[in-house]
Design a protein around this ligand. Structure first.
Ligand code: GRF
Length: 208
């Protein structure tokens, strides 16, 4: 059974989608074992507690450098014997000390179709604001492995979502979550736990 850690910084609606999927018996071979929050008092922590998942709060400003923060993050993951890490709205940067140790074992959900609207300044609501500003008619979500390059790891799953006349960033964010993120993220976790994702030369191949 793979032990899964979910890293969060906010409301945790993606975490909730994972909790619900686990309840439905969708994660053959995996168990949600730890939730790490980069901020105290976020709603994601309440969701984890309600689901009886162990929580740890790991705050960036408690450490003088990103290196030190990352070393301790890696220690927490190792101490809890975590096999697989899911970033679900985790807003804090960590270094390659973590990505190297967990190579192709960390996934992230990004609220756009990579390589559109991704990279350093594209996070949270900025992603949807940029999509609206460019006037794209389709956006969506991407689940990808995390490597040293921001949003640059192998792409696992993508799903397109329509942009509609009159959308605000908030409306679009909600539609992307409902129609893409909350579906793709549990699906990717389930595929991973069943050993159905292979990476060859930075390309992820998913077994149907
Ligand atoms: C999601 O839109 C995710 O794609 C992005 O941050 C948001 C997190 O939302 N990286 P939640 O905390 O899962 O509700």
């Amino acid at each position: 059974m793979l032990k899964i850690a979910v890293l969060v910084s906010g409301g945790g609606s993606n975490l909730q989608a994972l909790i619900d999927a686990e309840k439905n018996g969708d994660f053959t071979g995996g168990k949600l074992s730890l939730v790490i929050a980069s901020k105290p008092e976020v709603y994601a922590l309440k969701r984890a507690e309600d689901a009886n998942i162990k929580t740890v709060v790991h705050i960036r400003k408690d450490y003088s450098s990103v290196e030190e923060y990352s070393e301790v993050l890696l220690e927490i993951l190792k101490e809890n014997e975590i096999d697989f890490v899911v970033l679900a709205g985790f807003m804090t940067i960590f270094t390659d000390v973590v990505t190297k140790y967990y190579e192709n074992k960390i996934i992230n959900v990004h609220p756009a179709l990579i390589p559109s609207f991704c990279g350093k300044s594209y996070y949270g609501m900025h992603v949807h604001e940029a999509a609206l500003k460019r006037g794209v008619k389709l956006t969506g979500a991407t689940v990808h492995f995390v490597n040293e390059e921001c949003d640059g790891g192998p792409i696992i799953l993508q799903k397109a979502v329509e942009v509609k006349n009159g959308d605000t960033a908030e409306i679009l964010q909600k539609r992307v979550m409902q129609e893409a993120e909350w579906i793709l993220l549990p699906k990717a976790v389930s595929l991973y736990c069943q050993g159905k994702i292979k990476v060859v030369e930075n390309i992820a191949y998913v077994e149907e």
